[in-house]
Ligand binder design. Structure first.
Ligand SMILES: O=c1[nH]c(=O)n([C@H]2C[C@H](O)[C@@H](COP(=O)(O)O)O2)cc1CO
Length: 145
């Protein structure tokens, strides 16, 4: 299974340790195409502009989205890129799981929470200590569909 993980980069890297935890678990289900999103070396400047132009990043990521079977997004830290990826993935009819931590004190965008259709696009509130359980439940259900 190919998994596309979305997390904030230029939107801010405050949650990178949560991304690491999620990606570690995701790797037990398949190939994570976007492991770099969870790298503690990656700053809010994004990937090195000298090796990867914005167009390169965009086109590569859209191709990876196309290739993916499942999209998992940590959406607590607002990110334009993650919002864009989710919109594109929705149009591509991908299976999508969005993960939000209410303990952040933020309120998730209506354009994400309101997109939950109980089927292809799911939004789950979680606390960090339960994130593996939420992922287990999601991937168990994938086997049934
Ligand atoms: O350097 C990058 N590499 C990259 O893969 N992305 C993709 C993957 C992330 O899920 C998403 C983050 O978007 P943003 O940078 O707007 O927070 O965009 C985004 C950037 C920088 O915008």
């Amino acid at each position: 299974m190919k998994i596309y993980f979305c997390g904030s980069i230029r939107g801010g890297r405050d949650d990178v340790l949560v991304y690491r935890r999620i990606v570690k678990k995701l790797r037990s289900y398949g190939t994570v195409l976007t492991v770099h999103v969870s790298s503690t070396e990656l700053t809010d400047q994004g990937e090195d502009a000298s090796t990867a132009s914005d167009r390169f990043i965009h086109d590569r990521d859209v191709a990876w989205l196309q290739e993916s079977d499942v999209v998992v997004a940590e959406v607590t830290q607002p990110s334009l890129g993650v919002g864009y990826e989710l919109g594109r993935a929705f149009d591509m009819k991908k299976k999508i799981l969005c993960l939000f931590r209410p303990s952040s004190g933020r309120t998730l965008s209506a354009m994400i929470r309101g997109a939950d259709d109980g089927n292809r696009f799911l939004v789950r509130d979680y606390s960090e200590d339960k994130v593996e359980n939420i992922l287990e439940e999601f991937f168990e259900n994938q086997k049934k569909t």
